[in-house]
Design a protein around this ligand. Structure first.
Ligand code: SF4
Length: 419
């Protein structure tokens, strides 16, 4: 602690911004519109341009002011670089220092807001109080109207977690591992029921807040950008099928805005219970794609899981899960672009939501030819075997075993993303 006190703010920032890069949940989305008045009242906005993001060397999008309050922690989660037994340089901000940094970075248009997490100092309640204090100072003393995302600590006093939602746009509680067995093994001080209990409390508060806002305009807003969580991928034996099932359960039970997937990164002085190698980054990408299918393409979790290999439970890395599903269920194709309902069109590999909406709009007044569909997709080779158009019917029938090599991307492309 003495050494920490001697660090200047710049040195602390170097340590605590670097320590925060392991958290993947950095996106700001879905919050309410809010901005400073024309008369100059208040500071910041959740709308508009000029907002900067940075990308970490591993390709993740990170907000420029994405920091930890401290990287000291009394817990010893095996996968975490900040765990008690880790031999890293420690630092700690005061809440006032975080507030000053946020305001000065915001004024320079470096950031769109603050993403604040923390190791656990002294106790969960004490740490949560410090996190809430940052948000309270920003909102109440500085009238800060930018975006705030707070990580909350599941075993802190529920009242403190509740307060976080009154100041933050988004709150998140990490489930950490996809399975309870994985959590017990790799984060023995954490409890799955406690994590899910806190998520349920936040869901109830968000629902109550939304309900109150409908009835009374003056009701306080509560985490308008909802709650999210993060799962570490590849640190335990969970398959992609397990992860998809867990994510679907979390979306359903806690009405989450997002589940983030973070490929496990080997850390210095790693515990012997961890794998030596990180999973391919492409695995993380495929899980995001499967998540997208559930949220925007009306796939049921079981359908997405069916795209995985039946023996290993893993999604293919060389093709996306939508294409994998289409190849496995070839009897559902070809789909007629001039007749099929929206849900059937959404299943066609290579057709995104916008393309499907454009097809539906166009066919109200004329029939579509293959050239019309070609203009709406990045890969006509991928789409062609799965659809019928006015002037097109696939001759390579969708149940031919040779179809996969024809529609899969070339291997060289995979290597661009491989770990
Ligand atoms: S509680 Fe959080 S910061 Fe502490 S060791 Fe576990 S994951 Fe790391």
């Amino acid at each position: 602690m003495e050494r920490m006190a001697q660090l200047d703010v710049r040195s602390k920032l170097a340590i605590l911004a670097d320590a925060a890069k392991y958290d993947a949940s950095c996106a700001s989305s879905g919050t309410s519109k809010r901005k400073s008045d024309k008369g100059g009242k208040g500071l910041g906005s959740t709308e508009g341009m000029g907002i900067c993001h940075a990308y970490a060397p591993d390709g993740r999008c990170i907000s420029l002011l994405k920091i930890l309050l401290t990287n000291s922690c009394i817990f010893d989660c095996h996968y975490c670089i900040n765990r008690k037994s880790s031999n890293v340089r420690r630092a700690r901000f005061t809440p006032e220092e975080v507030v000053d940094l946020t305001l000065s970075f915001y004024r320079r248009n470096y950031i769109e807001g603050l993403f604040l997490s923390s190791g656990i100092i002294a106790s969960s309640n004490y740490t949560m109080e410090q996190i809430v204090r940052v948000a309270k100072l920003l909102r109440e003393e500085h009238d800060f109207r930018g975006y705030i995302h707070l990580k909350t600590i599941p075993d802190a006093d529920p009242e403190l977690v509740h307060q976080a939602g009154l100041y933050a746009d988004r709150v998140s509680i990490n489930v950490e591992l996809p399975t309870v067995a994985g959590l017990t093994r790799l984060a023995p001080e954490k409890s799955a029921p406690q994590i899910e209990g806190a998520m349920q409390d936040v869901r109830t508060a968000i629902d109550d807040g939304t309900d109150a806002k409908k009835r009374y305009k003056s009701a306080p807003r509560y985490a308008p950008a909802g709650q999210s969580t993060q799962m570490i991928v590849g640190a335990d034996a969970a398959t992609d099928g397990d992860i998809i099932g867990r994510a679907a359960g979390l979306y359903g039970r806690f009405n989450l805005r997002r589940v983030y997937y973070s490929a496990f990164s080997p850390i210095p002085d790693a515990s012997a219970v961890l794998p030596l190698q990180r999973p391919p980054l492409m695995r993380e990408h495929r899980l995001y794609q499967s998540d997208w299918l559930m949220r925007f393409y009306d796939y049921q979790p079981g359908e997405v899981a069916a795209a995985a290999d039946a023996t290993t439970g893993m999604l293919p890395l060389d093709i996306d899960p939508k294409l994998a599903w289409a190849l496995k269920f070839r009897d559902r194709f070809p789909v007629d672009v001039n007749r099929a309902p929206r849900e059937a069109l959404l299943r066609v590999p290579g057709l995104g939501v916008k393309a499907v909406d454009a097809i539906l709009a166009t066919r109200r007044w004329r029939r579509l030819r293959l050239a019309d569909v070609t203009r709406l997709t990045a890969s006509v080779a991928k789409v062609r075997p799965f659809l019928i158009a006015e002037d097109w019917r696939p001759v390579t029938l969708a149940d031919k075993a040779e179809l996969r090599p024809l529609v899969a991307p070339k291997r060289e492309q995979l290597e661009l993303f491989a770990a």
